[in-house]
Design a protein around this ligand. Structure first.
Ligand code: 4FD
Length: 251
């Protein structure tokens, strides 16, 4: 996947370029990030990238021309084939199916706004889709862009070594939260034990326990998700057992 990024602060992306899974994806050439800074497309450097808004009021927005030049430069790199996205609190909120749709594009450009945003005409005439990572305001589109890139990278085939590592994670395990995990030592602080079943080597029983914990966890921590989930007969049995064990424990 090729991602063009239009940002006034490309240095911020060091956070994903230099570390972790995104770093690995770039090294494996499964992910390419290229940057364009609207600041480089202003006449008087450092004086022309933002401006106060017509009609009055506080705050500035990014001016149209440097953004248009950046968009053209980025598109030129991929023969004008990229889909152009604008990260904004007013965008369509991303979810699992939206992400899977994004994953089908070979080339995308992410435009990161700053201050109060960008000239509306850019949105009207250049942006293909306006997207949001959630209902909160951040100081720029850079963090949302990085969130998006991290999400996408983990789903690009070949980036994660274990094929199944991401499909058992929360939300990908058919709409349930993940089950708890434990590692050495077996006993912590002389009393906190690892659940016996996990040390048994009984693969089938462990799988069942994990599904039961996923169901119980989702019910306790995310009742909204649990309500949406249609349970199979086996899952209903496991869930009822979870509730009964919980009641017994609390008596
Ligand atoms: N929730 C998000 C995206 C960007 C952002 C900005 C208008 C502010 C949150 C356009 C106002 C962009 C999000 C930059 N904050 N801040 O996805």
């Amino acid at each position: 996947m090729w991602i063009g990024i239009i940002s006034l602060f490309p240095e911020m992306f060091k956070a994903i370029i230099d570390y972790g899974i995104t770093n690995k994806g770039i090294k494996k050439k499964l992910l390419t990030l290229n940057f364009w800074n609207p600041r480089d497309y202003t006449k008087k450097k450092y004086h022309n990238v933002d401006c106060n808004i017509y009609g009055g009021g506080s705050g500035v927005i990014l001016k149209a021309e440097p953004l248009i030049k950046s968009i053209h430069a980025a598109q030129y790199k991929v023969n004008n084939s990229a889909k152009l996205f604008y990260l904004s609190p007013q965008g369509k909120k991303i979810n699992k199916s939206y992400i899977n749709n994004l994953l089908t594009y070979k080339n995308i450009i992410l435009l990161c706004g700053r201050y109060k945003g960008i000239d509306e005409r850019i949105i009207n005439y250049y942006i293909d889709e306006e997207i949001s990572i959630g209902d909160y305001i951040l100081s720029g589109g850079e963090l949302p862009a990085m969130v998006l890139i991290d999400i996408l990278t983990r789903l690009i085939p070949g980036v994660l070594n274990t094929k199944s590592s991401n499909d058992t994670d929360s939300f990908f395990n058919n709409g349930l939260l993940d089950s708890p995990h434990y590692t050495r030592p077996r006993i912590l602080k002389n009393k906190e034990k690892v659940p016996e079943i996990l040390l048994s080597g009984h693969h089938k029983k462990i799988q069942e326990w994990r599904l039961q914990q996923s169901l119980g966890n989702t019910w306790l921590k995310r009742p909204d998700l649990f309500k949406k989930k249609k349970l199979t007969k086996e899952e209903k049995i496991l869930f009822n057992e979870f509730k009964n064990k919980l009641i017994k424990k609390n008596l």
